[in-house]
Design a protein around this ligand. Structure first.
Ligand code: HEC
Length: 415
């Protein structure tokens, strides 16, 4: 328990757990309301001001839901708001971004072969891009283009493609995918926080004070909601992509990420049509399949190995230097290169392996000090690596890894 790195690892797991739970709650409620909205039926018995109704059965009871397009005549006594699902997803996601990509910037965010950024510069770009993304998006929605939803969507797609390309120019492929996801998800959450909720509050205030609410607020919210609807699935792909080097570690990662946004539209379009009319178009699945096959083909068209010739001469951080100078490093280096590098190489020699798993390279001394914490956790304190101990890493060697790491890196959080 005295090992801060282990506690920190558990903290990171807890935040990830929270993030997945809140995201399920957000996406679940958002899918539910979209389907509900599309399935509303007119009925002669609707109260004044109601737009449609729907009967549903779930968990042993029947639900009778009526939607008021703008608002009911009087403010109801009890009103349930749906906002914390979104906020909590964004907040826990931002925490994950900081834990994994800011505190682990040297390993996961910065790719010296693409841009030799300092940790501070990389973090500024990471945070700044998310903020600027929202400002640009919001500006476009509020411009005259806002009256032309299809044109707006096309332009937003272009923005996403440019961002995808841009992120891939400066960050590791893994961070590029993740940032494109965070860029999009920030827009989605900000839509809820800065547009949909404030507009809803105006309507509620009008109701309370006996005014008739202006329908324009509902319309604005609907536009943002529609964007969120089409962006949900691509964001999930981007968030999960870091498990699949074929998605993030190739030269065409930026095109793959762009195409994923199109599958988000084709898949959602099927379900939106299904919920509205009772049957969905099959062409959308054909289009999705074609997109997916293009993505698969692109992923192996050329693998991105970067310009790593100068790897041995990279400047080392203080921590990396002390790891390299620590007693027994030569031994550790031999162990890692003989037990790990067949898979974790820029060109893996392991049968059937195309890219280094998770983009983790372990074939030079520099790689080893750069990935020291991960080696410590995956192969020292736990037996996660090598998988099923397939390359016979001896227990004595695991102990050596632990001793080497603990001697060189004292129990401090950020050193
Ligand atoms: C037989 C191939 C193979 C060997 C040998 C191997 N690994 Fe891995 N490694 C993998 C695979 C596959 C994954 C991805 C696992 C996953 O997706 O959960 C991985 C993932 C990792 C990760 C990333 C874990 C994460 O969740 O981010 C690290 C770090 C790692 N390995 C370190 C090592 C170390 C250290 C060794 C040597 C002691 C080693 N590996 C040996 C195949 C291998």
């Amino acid at each position: 328990m005295d090992d801060f790195i282990i506690m920190w690892e558990w903290f990171a797991f807890a935040v990830r757990w929270l993030h997945v739970i809140t995201a399920i709650a957000w996406i679940g409620s958002s899918f539910y309301f979209i389907a509900l909205d599309l399935g509303l039926k007119k009925s002669p018995n609707l109260p004044a001001g109601a737009y449609g109704e729907e009967w549903q059965v779930h968990g042993g009871g029947f639900y009778h839901i009526q939607k008021y397009s703008v608002a009911p005549e009087n403010m109801p006594n009890h009103l349930t708001w749906f906002k914390w699902e979104s906020y909590a997803t964004w907040l826990s996601g931002a925490a994950m971004l900081m834990i994994v990509y800011w505190l682990g910037a040297e390993l996961y965010l910065i790719d010296p072969a693409k841009a030799d950024l300092s940790v501070f510069q990389a973090i500024i770009i990471s945070a700044g891009s998310l903020l600027v993304g929202w400002v640009v998006y919001d500006f476009l929605c509020k411009s005259a283009l806002g009256n032309n939803p299809t044109g707006l969507m096309l332009l937003l797609f272009v923005v996403l493609v440019v961002m995808s390309w841009g992120y891939n120019q400066i960050f590791t492929g893994r961070a590029a995918m993740l940032h494109l996801g965070a860029f999009t998800a920030t827009i989605m959450s900000a839509n809820v926080f800065l547009i949909i909720m404030p507009n809803q509050r105006i309507v509620v205030k009008d109701l309370k004070e006996g005014r008739t609410p202006d329908p324009k607020y509902g319309k604005i919210a609907k536009l943002r909601s529609t964007h969120n609807n089409y962006l949900t699935l691509p964001v999930l792909f981007l968030m999960l992509s870091n498990h699949y080097p074929l998605a993030f570690a190739t030269e065409y990662t930026w095109i793959i990420a762009s195409l994923v946004f199109l599958t988000g539209v084709t898949i959602r379009h099927y379900f939106n049509t299904l919920h509205a009319t009772g049957s969905g178009p099959t062409w959308t699945w054909m289009a999705t399949l074609v997109l997916f096959l293009i993505i698969a083909a692109l992923s192996t068209a050329s693998s991105w190995n970067g310009d790593y010739d100068d790897l041995e001469n990279q400047p080392l951080t203080k921590k990396q230097e002390s790891l390299m100078l620590a007693k027994g490093f030569d031994d550790i280096s031999d162990i890692i290169i003989s037990r790990c590098s067949m898979c974790h190489a820029r060109e893996p020699v392991w049968d059937g392996m195309i890219n280094a798993p998770k983009g983790v390279f372990l074939e030079t001394d520099y790689d080893i000090v750069r990935g020291a914490k991960e080696i410590y956790i995956q192969a020292g304190v736990s037996h996660a690596m090598p998988p099923a101990n397939i390359t016979n890493l001896a227990n004595e060697d695991r102990i050596k890894i632990v001793k080497w790491f603990r001697a060189a890196v004292p129990n401090k959080l950020l050193n």
